[in-house]
Structures are given as structure tokens and as C-alpha cells.
Write a protein that binds this ligand. Structure first.
Ligand SMILES: [Zn+2]
Length: 194
């Protein structure tokens, strides 16, 4: 369990920002963990803004929705730079499916943290070929706190950190994940990889 650090309580006027990354494979509970952190900030009456890439319209247009239908209101945006314009005076910024943003997201996340905001990013760390999902490596490297969550391997029941694609599609992004992917451990992922 990730325990949030104490954030600037001793000096309320001096806001110290930072970046948290929640990463893992599909079905690992990344979005649920993001929602858990954001809800706790909301209960504390902090100003929270939530963004997701406009590409991810699997569920509901303006909600970050995870598979267990635990949901929270979010704004779909086209480009990472849009987040800079929309972040306003909020204390906490949550971004879901962060791997789908353009490279500029690294700059945006760091600028927001530098300006005193708590930035919480959730995203896939590897693509369906088991390669790092850009720009996640840059985000992981520049974050203060990294949490890797795991799914359960659908083949053997071990802990899973890979997203195995069941179809033969070769493009990097195939949405509609429940029918198209399985969470796999390393062994089961490479055994069946085409
Ligand atoms: Zn396995």
C-alpha cells in the first residue's frame, strides 16, 4: 500500500509539488489506485482536477472509469499541453492512461510539480510486446514516488506485469481491452508471444 507523504503542512504558504506514478499491466488496478488517492484528496477538500487522453473513449466520455465501475469525473484532452491551460489553481492533478499522451507530458508533469502541485499519473509501463511504453520511462525517472501494481496471470495465477494481446493486430494501441488482452506473468507472456 502506498502511503502518501506529508505535503507541505508545516509551511502552508509554501506549496511543494511532486510526481507520483502508478504503473503496471492491464487489469492491475492502476485506475482504482488513482481514484483511491484522488478521493482522499477530495474528502480533504483539496482542489482536484483529473485528465485523460481524448483517445481513450472506451467507457464514458467525461469520466475516468475503471473496470469495477468505480468512477470519478475527468476531462478528456487532446494534447499534454492542454493540461497546463486547464490545471488552474488546483492542488492535485490526476492523469489516467498517461501512456497515451505525447512526449510533452513529461515537461507538463514536471512543470506542474515545480509550481507546487501534487501530480498523480497512472499508466501502462509496457506495451503488448513487453517494451517500455513511451513516455512512461521518462515519467518514472522523474517521479518522486513510483508504485508498480500487479495483475494476476490469467494462465497460471502468478503475479502478472505483462499485457498479452490475444489478437494478431500489430498496431500499438488497440482499445477494448477485456476481449483483446490477458494479464500474464513473464513466463506465460513469452511462451505464447508471436
Ligand atoms: Zn503465468
Amino acid at each position: 500500500m502506498f502511503i502518501e507523504p506529508v505535503i507541505g503542512n508545516n509551511h502552508p504558504k509554501e506549496k511543494k509539488g511532486h510526481i507520483e506514478v502508478i504503473c503496471g499491466s492491464m487489469f492491475s488496478g492502476k485506475t482504482e489506485e488513482l481514484i483511491r488517492r484522488l478521493n482522499r484528496a477530495l474528502i480533504a477538500k483539496q482542489k482536484v482536477e483529473i485528465f485523460k487522453p481524448a483517445i481513450d473513449t472506451r467507457y464514458h466520455d467525461s469520466n475516468v472509469v475503471s473496470h469495477n465501475e468505480n468512477e470519478i469525473r475527468s476531462t478528456p484532452v487532446q494534447f499534454a499541453d492542454d493540461i497546463m491551460l486547464l490545471a488552474g489553481d488546483c492542488d492535485v492533478i490526476g492523469i489516467d492512461e498517461v501512456q497515451f499522451f505525447d512526449k510533452q507530458i513529461v515537461q507538463v508533469a514536471n512543470s506542474l510539480a515545480k509550481s507546487g502541485k501534487r501530480v498523480i499519473l497512472a499508466g501502462l509501463d509496457m506495451d503488448f510486446e513487453g517494451k517500455p511504453f513511451e513516455p512512461m520511462p521518462q515519467l518514472l525517472a522523474t517521479a518522486e514516488y513510483v508504485t508498480k501494481v500487479h495483475a494476476i496471470c490469467m494462465k497460471c495465477g502468478d503475479l502478472a506485469s505483462y499485457s498479452f494481446r490475444l489478437s494478431d493486430a500489430k498496431q500499438k494501441v488497440v482499445l477494448g481491452e477485456k476481449d483483446s488482452y490477458e494479464a500474464r506473468c513473464r513466463k506465460c507472456f513469452y511462451e505464447d508471444k508471436k
